[in-house]
Design a protein around this ligand. Structure first.
Ligand SMILES: [Zn+2]
Ligand SMILES: [Zn+2]
Length: 436
């Protein structure tokens, strides 16, 4: 059996993990690297459309997988890896794990949770990801490429994340995906650690995102709520929140604040899209928001699409928001920031950036633009957020509990940190297949 990491090596995000035996393989995640790691392409410069994946493969930005991509791989242009990939398992729907899904050929099955499927629809709508075929909801063990692959639900700052177990002749391989233990559903992550520990695994592939971060605290949703309320109580105007759109747990925290303060809860259309999609698959938080009589959808003045008009009976226009602003908690995604022109925020308004775009620390240009907008309206900016990853001490605890024979760090800038808890940490080089 061989394992290779094609990104996520000494970097956070971009995970692409290939596990192969007898010439057949499965991939765990196929993510886009964060913009800070861009080398040859960015938002302005893409590979030439007519050349399919080849510009990316030739520059080393996509792995040289055979019969895998949409569009032909140019013969003789690259040394293709001789592995037949039978399926890709997406641990969750953050772009650094799923963002390159639209490069994958229609013939390759794409396994993911029901939630992730909805998030892919959200990214289609937004134009971030092109529509894809052969998506399969993955919620029970499957036999693929001679491996038994099993999803084990975990908690992360997007719903529907799972750790993956791959049963092999040498024992189980576990891949944590991205994981934390301070969210609303932390018991899932704890149950995963218990389960993995019992299996006495052969290999643990684990994230180590927060190694090297200078802080160890991890506020819970309840603690974040208290922080936001403490600011709101002193300012008293409209509360603008900016959580990441698919992060329903955080959205719900703002909803709870609205309820507690007897304010209306108004969201822009991207949030409404996610709430509706999650509600369709029975998400309790989304359901509660959707059925609350305090829930409204902000109506922009532009022409609306069909799906947007479905919220007609919940629409609130800018004039109404403007007149009642002291009684409103409003989720305002970054792209909707110019709506401030119509809302005309009054004294006491506050803006709480809580994980939504632009990603602080990863997107300085847009952070500057956001800050300029808020200054234009004299709205104070507060970053009240909690990372979606376990802090360093919890990562070490998790690795110690699971105690695998071999530990492979990924999605971390400092893989060596796991050497504190294991004598058998192997640090893989990007793009190299290793025998295990
Ligand atoms: Zn990630
Ligand atoms: Zn993630």
């Amino acid at each position: 059996m061989r394992i290779g990491f094609f990104d996520g090596v000494r970097e956070i995000g971009g995970n692409k993990i290939l596990i192969e035996q007898n010439g057949k393989g499965i991939l765990l995640d196929f993510g886009k690297r964060f913009a800070v790691n861009n080398t040859y392409f960015n938002d302005y410069l893409s590979g030439r459309e007519w050349n399919g994946p080849n510009d990316y493969i030739l520059t080393g930005e996509l792995p040289p997988f055979k019969n895998f991509y949409r569009g032909e791989v140019s013969p003789n242009s690259v040394n293709e890896l001789d592995v037949e990939i039978k399926g890709v398992f997406f641990s969750h729907a953050h772009l650094d794990h799923i963002g390159l899904i639209d490069f994958i050929g229609d013939n390759i099955p794409k396994y993911m949770s029901g939630y992730s499927e909805k998030v892919v629809e959200f990214f289609n709508e937004k134009g971030t990801i092109k529509p894809v075929k052969n998506v399969k909801v993955f919620d029970s063990p499957l036999e693929v490429a001679g491996f038994t692959v099993r999803p084990i639900p975990t908690d992360h700052d997007i719903p529907g994340s799972f750790a993956t177990e791959i049963e092999t002749e040498k024992g189980s391989i576990f891949y944590t995906g991205d994981i934390f233990f301070h969210g609303r559903f932390s018991e899932k992550s704890k149950a995963f650690v218990e389960y993995a520990k019992e299996k006495k695994p052969y290999i643990l592939i684990t994230e180590g995102t927060r190694f090297g971060w200078g802080f160890v605290s991890s506020p819970t949703e309840g603690e974040l709520k208290a922080q936001i309320v403490s600011v709101l109580d002193q300012c008293g105007g409209i509360l603008f929140g900016n959580p990441y759109e698919p992060h329903i747990s955080r959205m719900f925290t703002f909803f709870e604040i609205a309820k507690e303060k007897e304010r209306d809860f108004v969201v822009t259309l991207p949030y409404a899209f996610v709430i509706k999609k999650y509600s369709e698959i029975g998400d309790a938080l989304a359901d509660e928001i959707l059925h609350s009589d305090k829930f409204f959808v902000y109506k922009p003045k532009r022409a609306l699409k069909d799906w947007e008009n479905e919220f007609e009976d919940r629409f609130m226009d800018s004039d109404t928001v403007m007149k009642n602003q002291k009684n409103i908690v409003m989720l305002l995604d970054f792209k909707s920031t110019p709506e401030l022109i119509d809302i005309k925020p009054e004294k006491g308004a506050i803006y709480v950036h809580s994980g939504g775009e632009p990603l602080a620390g990863l997107d300085n240009e847009n952070m500057k633009i956001l800050s300029n907008w808020l200054n234009l309206f004299n709205i104070p900016y507060f970053r009240i957020h909690s990372p979606g990853h376990a802090p360093q001490q919890t990562l070490l605890w998790m690795a110690r509990e699971i105690s695998p024979q071999i530990l492979l760090p990924i999605h971390t800038q400092i893989p060596e940190r796991f050497e504190i808890v294991s004598d058998n940490v192997k640090i893989l080089e990007r793009g190299v297949m290793y025998e295990f």
